[in-house]
Ligand binder design. Sequence first.
Ligand code: SAH
Length: 270
Amino acid sequence: MVLEYGSRLASGDAPAPGEVWLVGAGPGDPGLLTLRAASAIRGADLILHDALPERGVLRLAGPATRLEAVGKRRGHAPVPQAEINARLIAAARVGFRVVRLKGGDPFVFGRGGEEALALTAAGVPWRVVPGVTAGTAAPAAAGIPITHRGLASAVTFMTGHDETGALPDGLDWEVLGRADGTVAAFMALSRLDEVAVRLLAAGRDAATPVAVIARAGLPGQVAVRTTLGRCTLETRRAGLPTPALVVIGAAAGLPLAAEAPSGRTAAVAS
Ligand code: SAH
């Protein structure tokens, strides 16, 4: 047994010189930043940030803060992970206060773990500022509680993409197919057909509610409400914007959706 008393969570207002903070930016709306994430953004010398769905959070940075975009952006090749790691290490070694800003939570499908390993190997001190993950915020934006007594006693966060872009091999579809769990699938829109087929084959009912929530908490938020049997077709037909999260399970069918803004229909019959 090993007893640990130290914490990897950041404390204070901003990274110390030579330190890297892996900071969660939440799902996009600056109001969903933690206080610590906001103060870290204000106090950083250098922010390496992903392609965030909204630039509002970056506006908190002071005029002296250098911002470098390293995420995938349309029309730009993504900066390779090894280069991001190298830039973080180099900036820390010259004494910058470094923030690595990521959408949602840095340790939920954000490669925060890979960066933390690289920083550790290089002997660079680092801390984490957890963020509000889209895995809970996007369902909430559609009025979906991801656990619900009697309907959903477990939640699984899964990704629709491994590093090659394919559905990951190691997923246990028998477990994901269990009726009383919610599945929240990140980066899964383009693989929704495969996800649905695998869940149906594992025994999930075709009538299982599915919600696909796009741009949660951002202008233009839109959700498709459908079922496992129809989600592939209906989601494709809706032509949703990104980013989008797929939520599968009985809790997605609770009658808790927001009223539509006037002039728009909440439900489109299909
Ligand atoms: N670390 C992030 C996830 C990064 S992977 C987190 O914890 O939220 C990127 C995926 O997150 C997107 O493909 C989408 O599935 C989801 N996502 C991020 N922001 C979102 C938003 N505002 N609305 C819906 N889905 C979102």
